[in-house]
Design a protein around this ligand. Structure first.
Ligand code: SF4
Length: 270
């Protein structure tokens, strides 16, 4: 598996490097009982579709929307570890259609939260992968969207959905820092970083948070993390998660059953 310096790799490595080693570096499949339930696919596809509609300012007829969601769900199910119930497995076409309809309903409810604030993007879900002298792995990431404001400012945006209203500090996220840094590596400056946030309430609410681009000093923590990641991988050091963390539990980690570091194996024998 090719390793890259991406936000998701840095995040997973710092949460549990052992989990990263097994899932990303070795591509070790997780046991079937830890596969993702189909509901998580519906939410992922819905989020991607909101991106297209909200960020690109593009709209679809009901039929086009269902076709698009259906294709996206089929492709997600092919590429991810999905756990079907016996009933779902008996009628795969019917299951896909039902999932697409669920995603369409969710989409409609959440999309309306952003009506009136649509504006077009110059790119959506753009992947940057760049080799940089002195680094053992490529830097990589996929930027949700890029825009140019009326004042000519270059803006990079992340779109998120959350259970509650966002903290204002969300806009300081390392993910946005990574977006800015990736663009800088290919010679493209950024002026503004922003997050469009939709809450998952029965009546979704929309927020837009903005910040000026990071200073060099503010990018430094990202560089330090990337150096740590590369150094640890090179020396094959994979510190496990804090065993009391919520991540290190059978509900959140597919390797928990046979992981030598999980709390279960450390319980005193009675
Ligand atoms: S069980 Fe805990 S220590 Fe083991 S891989 Fe999962 S999160 Fe990491």
């Amino acid at each position: 598996m090719s390793i890259s310096i991406s936000f998701s790799n840095l995040r997973q490595f710092s949460a549990c490097a052992e989990q990263w080693r097994r899932s990303v570096q070795h591509g070790e499949p997780r046991p079937p009982n830890s596969a993702l339930p189909v509901g998580s696919v519906v939410h992922t596809v819905r989020d991607r579709f909101i991106r297209r509609c909200v960020i690109e300012g593009q709209d679809f007829t009901d039929e086009e929307r269902l076709d698009y969601l259906h294709d996206q769900i089929r492709s997600q199910i092919t590429h991810r570890e999905i756990h079907f119930t016996d009933e779902e497995r008996q009628d795969i076409p019917g299951t896909l259609r039902r999932l697409a309809e669920q995603a369409a309903k969710l989409h409609h409810k959440d999309y309306t939260a952003f009506y009136g604030t649509l504006y077009s993007a110059k790119s959506v879900e753009r992947t940057i992968r760049v080799e940089v002298e002195g680094w053992p792995y490529k830097w990589s990431g996929r930027i949700d969207s890029e825009h140019v404001s009326e004042q000519g400012h270059e803006e990079v945006k992340d779109l998120k959905t959350g259970k509650g209203d966002p903290e204002t500090t969300e806009v300081l996220s390392l993910q946005l820092t990574m977006y800015q840094h990736l663009k800088a590596l290919i010679g493209e400056p950024t002026d503004i970083l922003s997050i469009d946030w939709i809450t998952k309430h029965a009546e979704p609410r929309a927020f837009r948070l903005k910040s000026p681009a990071r200073t060099e000093e503010e990018i430094e923590p990202l560089i330090r993390r990337a150096e740590y990641f590369c150094d640890m991988v090179e020396h094959e050091r994979y510190p496990p998660a804090d065993p009391t963390s919520w991540r290190c539990s059978p509900n959140w980690c597919g390797y928990w059953e046979d992981c030598p570091y999980s709390t279960r194996s450390r319980r005193p024998k009675t």
